[in-house]
Ligand binder design. Structure first.
Ligand code: NDP
Ligand code: OXD
Length: 311
């Protein structure tokens, strides 16, 4: 059982993950969770959201690996074992996907594609101008694994990039702000705001009326982090008033987004189905297997969640 990993609640991803482990990490013995299965001797678990009773049943648990970068749902579970390290997902495929999403949506909002769509819908050849990237400021909330990589890509495209984090940062060509005191200065010039924060008690509801009012009028908002960051009614009001011109949302308080939700039909509000980025089974399998080997050799695990901070 020493290198046995339980694939718990990985949903439709379970098969591709099991296959990926077999291909790149055959030294790991993969078990897919099934009702009534004895998991009491299994030391490692890979999980998105734990089924009731899972943690109680895993009596020999040594490390929990989260299937996603965001682990707020796991932390919210009162039965999550206290002394067991929780490792969040950091792998190059997930980062690459998010960089692609942020670049795609930043360019979409930078070029105000909705204006082109409106002209095309009435067969009108309408002049359409836009600033050079170096005259456009994009603000990224969260300069961690994903925010840092997205910022670097936007810098490469010539945008003026600024970022906001909890602790001070020094990143090439990124104007950095940190802490609550510097949030207003960060927001004041962010024409396109990208949220890549973890969802914690401090960041829940941070995308609200007060924050929107501090952005330049007509700013765009891109939320690729968690639905809980956004106060949905506040965004609707800010868009109705023109304070926020357009938004792209990948994540929602309720997922899937209910069919009767007003966001589906809000003009210039673009919905993607929580797929800004997706964990790549092969690089995830590789990263987790390396972590297990290192852990067994007595080395430090990487990307362990600080439960006090909440990320
Ligand atoms: P990290 O933990 O690497 O980075 C988090 C960043 O947020 C850090 O820079 C941190 O600051 C900053 N931060 C945290 N709390 C605060 C605060 N109170 N005030 C200011 N800054 C704060 O996370 P990742 O980059 O890996 O992932 C970010 C989130 O993206 C995930 O938690 C997940 O919810 C979401 N995600 C969404 C996906 C999707 O498909 N939609 C896919 C993958 C992730 P500091 O550096 O100072 O600690
Ligand atoms: C994640 C996600 O947190 O896919 O990794 O949302």
């Amino acid at each position: 059982m020493s290198r046995t990993l339980l694939l718990a609640s990985a949903g439709e991803r379970a098969d591709s993950l099991a296959k990926a482990f077999a291909e790149v990490a055959p030294e790991i013995d993969i078990r897919t969770n099934a009702p009534g299965m004895d998991v009491s001797q299994i030391p490692y678990c890979l999980v998105w959201r734990a089924a009731p009773g899972l943690w109680l049943a895993m009596k020999s648990l040594k490390v929990i690996f989260g299937l996603g970068a965001g682990i707020e749902r796991l932390l919210a579970d009162p039965s999550l074992p206290q002394g067991v390290p929780l490792v969040r997902m950091v792998e190059p495929g997930l980062t690459r996907g998010m960089v692609e999403y942020v670049l795609w949506q930043s360019l979409f909002h930078h070029r105000k594609v909705w204006e082109l769509e409106a002209a095309q819908s009435c067969a009108t050849w309408r002049p359409h101008t836009y600033p050079a990237p170096w005259d456009r400021t994009i603000g990224i909330m969260g300069l961690g694994e994903l925010g840092t990589a997205a910022a670097a890509k936007l810098v490469e495209f010539g945008f003026k990039v600024r970022g906001w984090s909890r602790s001070p940062k020094s990143l090439p060509k990124v104007e950095s702000f940190h802490g609550a005191d510097q949030l207003p200065a960060f927001l004041a010039a962010s024409e396109i705001l990208v949220c890549l924060l973890p969802l914690t008690p401090e960041t829940r509801g941070i995308l609200n009326t007060s924050l929107f009012a501090q952005l330049p009028r007509g700013a765009s908002v891109i939320n690729a982090a968690r639905g809980g960051h956004l106060v949905e009614a506040d965004l609707s009001a800010a868009m109705a008033s023109g304070q926020i011109a357009a938004a792209t949302l990948d994540v929602f308080e309720t997922e899937p987004l209910p069919a009767d939700h007003p966001f589906w039909s809000t003009e210039r509000l673009y919905v993607t189905p929580h797929n800004a980025s997706i964990t790549d089974p092969h690089s995830a399998a590789w990263r987790i297997s390396r972590q297990i080997v290192k852990f067994e050799a007595g080395e430090e695990l990487e990307n362990v969640v600080d439960r006090q901070r909440g990320y």
